[in-house]
Ligand binder design. Structure first.
Ligand code: ATP
Length: 830
């Protein structure tokens, strides 16, 4: 843990705190750069408050004799109220280190000093000294900043913004230096230890005593921050990490590091703002959200961060629930007051709403205004805070309104951003600008932008039409096919399946749930990803539709290796890991074979008519073959016999388990390696407020994946993809489909017709209403001209100095409290 206050300032504030009763240790003032602050023993606000009965921060001799005098003072009253809050902010807010202080000007600081100086002759002296110090400090910092920038330009080993390869920021491994305990190193460390899965993989590797240093070009990049209502002054003070890495570069490894703008979203969310972040397809919204969720979960108590998305698929992607099921609104059709009653009947849901601190909503484009307003009303009611949007919940919302709109029975969709609740609740809108998905084909990004805006030029249309040529199949990888309608998808998949040799294995779903209205039931069931009936074959290309663990997630692609029952599979695994001898295997196999008929739901799941081969595919035994081939000479006859006996036993098991066989799938993982997993049935359900299924479906969590509907492809990245746009029926559909591709090389487009590529006018207007970065900068610049400039962390450093001076003065304890109070006022822009 690293304190952001330098020693003197900390001593000053710590010393000051010691005059208070009860005492608060100087550790209370520590700010941790680590996102694991809670884990590192940083005192919580509750603890802090508990340590200050009545939250009375000041305790001067005068107060000790006559507390009523002190209590009647407006300044002390403010101090009393603000002090714990001040400390909380001091501890929690990156403002303190990064200097983002919307609305606070140097004039405030000067006014303050002037006022402070008028209090007494000694104060005047202190104020003058502080001004002096401030001036010198400012000059020094400006000088440092300047020379830092020069160093960035000059240092041969310092990465520049151009040093990122294909947009992936590089991470440099640098030997740990003796002075790596300094703040800068710690900050640099933080930059790579963001809770990003990709980073974690990298960081989990032993580093041979080397410390990871981010050389992200983004560290110096200007923020591209758009905000709808409030300006977030983006004068973020960034240290030049690379500049301080004196050692020559040791080794470069490629890794995914969050960009500056992505990090900024995390910072804003951690500061507790209600925000909506958006951006074109491929700007890393989902990747960022996964990181953000981890970060917020660490920051907030268990169970207080609600992770939701508008659709089941999107919810799976972020390890959450649908918004409907999480909030307990079921189908959400009833009026808000009825829904509140319904939720209140369920104690678990009541607790959930009470404990909730942050509500995350992904794929917000598919949520309509009506639902958004209802949720606002429900939240106010459930949390008994009727005057605050969403009852004081923090909202973190993500999505792209240019992509798929809310489902409407008829007429125009009404988007969430049109709701009253949105206007009241959402303070920050951030538009991510850097496109990662198509970064190796810049011209393609421009083409996609035209599709996004529904304004395709003739030149771009020509380029899209040129993409109708067939794709060259690469190393047997068949491109994914995208179609607008489910019918087209099913047809394309079954054509592919038929072309494969071998028998079909058909799995029928097992449906349940309390809903009796058959029409509604079918409508809901048909929205599940898992089909009622799925026919598969060996070698079929499939997609997993449930998250299984860190590496096998909804959307993972694989091929079916074989169909095996769980017993055979478990024996197969034991043999593979060499954990079983022939004798034990014989015993276990005998038990399994005597098991009797399969269970009811297993029987139902696999169609009786299915024909299965009686011999396990040789793929399954490849590891044994390899073993034999690798050691033809050395393998003793007994060992060979053992292997053959094991194969024989497996085959016996296999043929005795006809109706229990499940697909064994070889998945391709993100790092290119493969992993075999036996897929067993899973239950998908839509639940009521008591978490009882309204409708449920038990089915193997796989779908054929040669072809996908455009709706299901939302959120995917597809390097090889064929798209047929003939039957597009929704605005945004063509954009979603085309933007799945990473490069034109891997994209085939059929039936491209620019006149059918449309966008919702309302969406265009909404995005137009967001200010551009340049506009924000201009606005800030104008303000700056009018005032003396914005307070940055440099100014706050000066205020710390001021506090230090006051502490040194000793006699001015009362004023010292005023300093703290004023300090807080300056900080919060009052
Ligand atoms: N900071 C980053 N550095 C490198 N690659 C990144 C970064 N952020 C995202 N990516 C990559 O960009 C691709 C698109 O990311 P992601 O799916 O999160 O985008 P998205 O904005 O959610 O897209 P969509 O709106 O189309 O669903 C992914 O392959 C992801 O790994």
């Amino acid at each position: 843990m690293v304190s952001f206050l330098d020693d003197t300032a900390r001593t000053a504030l710590g010393a000051e705190s010691q005059t208070r009763s009860p005492k608060i240790s100087s550790a209370d003032f520590n700010y941790s750069f680590s996102q694991d602050a809670e884990d590192e023993g940083v005192i919580s606000i509750e603890e802090l408050q508990a340590s200050q009965p009545n939250q009375r921060p000041a305790s001067t001799p005068a107060e000790q004799t006559s507390s009523s005098v002190v209590d009647s003072s407006p300044i002390d009253h403010r101090t009393r109220v603000l002090y714990p809050e001040f400390k909380r902010r001091q501890r929690d807010s990156p403002h303190w280190t990064q200097g983002t202080h919307a609305g606070v000007t140097l004039d405030h600081v000067r006014d303050y000093l002037t006022w402070f100086g008028t209090l007494s002759p000694s104060n005047k002296h202190i104020a003058d000294t502080a001004v002096n110090k401030i001036q010198k400090y400012f000059e020094k910092k400006t000088q440092e900043k300047k020379s830092g920038q020069e160093n960035i330009q000059q240092a041969p080993d310092s990465p520049t913004p151009n040093s990122s390869h294909n947009g992936i920021e590089s991470i440099m491994e640098t030997p740990v230096k003796n002075n790596t305990t300094n703040d800068t190193a710690a900050k640099a460390e933080k930059a790579v230890t963001l809770p990003l899965k990709e980073n974690k993989v990298l960081l989990n590797k032993p580093l041979d005593g080397r410390r990871m240093m981010s050389t992200s070009s983004a560290a110096y990049a200007k923020l591209e921050l758009l905000t709808q209502k409030e300006s977030l002054f983006a004068d973020v003070k960034r240290k030049n990490f690379a500049n301080e890495v004196k050692e020559p570069e040791v080794k470069r490894v490629q890794a995914v590091t969050l960009s500056e703008e992505q990090n900024q979203v995390i910072e804003l969310a951690r500061q507790g703002h209600n925000l909506f972040y958006t951006g074109s397809a491929g700007t890393g919204k989902s990747l960022l959200l996964r990181s953000l969720i981890k970060s917020l979960k660490k920051q907030h108590p268990l169970g207080s961060v609600g992770v939701t998305a508008s659709t089941g698929l999107a919810a799976c992607n972020i390890g959450g629930q649908t918004l409907h099921s999480f909030t307990g609104i079921g189908l959400g059709d009833a009026p808000a007051d009825k829904l509140v009653k319904k939720i209140k009947r369920n104690p678990k849901m009541k607790d959930r709403w009470r404990d909730l601190e942050v509500l995350i909503i992904d794929e917000v484009s598919m949520i309509d205004a009506g639902l958004f307003d209802k949720l606002d009303m429900i939240a106010r009611e459930m949390r008994k805070q009727r005057d605050v949007p969403f009852g004081g919940l923090q909202l973190v919302i993500c999505g792209d309104f240019y992509q798929l709109p809310p489902v409407t029975k008829n007429g125009e969709p009404v988007f969430a951003f049109e709701s009253q609740a949105w206007k009241q609740a959402i303070k920050y809108t951030i538009v991510l600008k850097k496109v990662f998905r198509q970064q190796s084909d810049r011209d393609f990004i421009n083409m996609l932008n035209e599709v996004r805006n529904g304004n395709v030029s003739e030149a771009t249309a020509r380029k899209f039409r040129a993409l109708s040529r067939p794709l060259a199949s690469k190393e047997g990888v068949i491109p994914a096919k995208l179609f607008p309608t489910r019918r087209e998808v099913d047809r394309a998949n079954s054509t592919m399946l038929k072309q494969l040799p071998g028998a079909e294995v058909v799995f029928r779903a097992f449906d349940g749930g309390s809903l009796t209205d058959e029409d509604q039931r079918q409508r809901l069931l048909s929205s599940f990803l898992a089909p009622e009936r799925i026919a598969l074959k060996k070698d079929a290309q499939v997609m997993l539709i449930k998250n299984m663990d860190e590496t096998l997630v909804n959307g993972s692609l694989g091929k079916i290796v074989d169909f095996i029952d769980p017993d055979t599979y478990s024996h197969y695994r034991s043999i593979k890991s060499d954990k079983i001898d022939v004798k034990t295997l014989e015993e276990k196999a005998a038990n399994s074979m005597n098991k009797g008929p399969p269970k009811r739901d297993e029987r139902h799941l696999i169609e009786d008519s299915t024909v299965l081969e009686s011999q396990l595919d040789e793929n399954v035994f490849s590891f044994l073959k390899e073993l034999k081939e690798e050691q033809p000479e050395d393998l003793p006859e007994s060992a060979q016999k053992n292997i053959e006996r094991k194969i024989e036993l497996l085959n016996q098991l296999y043929s005795s388990s006809k109706n229990r066989r499940m697909p064994l799938v070889r998945f391709i993982q993100a790092d290119g390696t493969t992993r075999e997993v036996l897929i067993e049935p899973e239950t998908f359900s839509l639940e009521d407020e008591f978490e009882r299924p309204i409708v449920s479906r038990t089915q193997i969590p796989l779908i054929l994946a040669w072809s996908l509907s455009i709706h299901k492809s939302q959120g995917q990245t597809l390097p090889l993809v064929q798209i047929d746009l003939r039957n597009i029926f929704e605005r945004g559909q063509a954009y979603v489909a085309l933007s799945r591709a990473t490069h034109r090389r891997g994209l085939q487009v059929k039936n491209f017709n620019p006149s059918r590529i449309l966008t919702h006018e309302k969406v265009v207007a909404f995005y137009d209403s967001l200010m551009t970065v340049d506009e924000i900068k201009d606005r800030e610049e104008n303000k700056r001209k009018k005032t003396a400039g914005f307070v940055s962390s440099t100014q706050l450093d000066r205020l710390e100095n001021l506090a230090e001076n006051v502490a040194d003065a000793g006699d001015f304890v009362n004023e010292k409290d005023n300093v703290i109070d004023e300090f807080d006022s300056v900080w919060s822009g009052q």
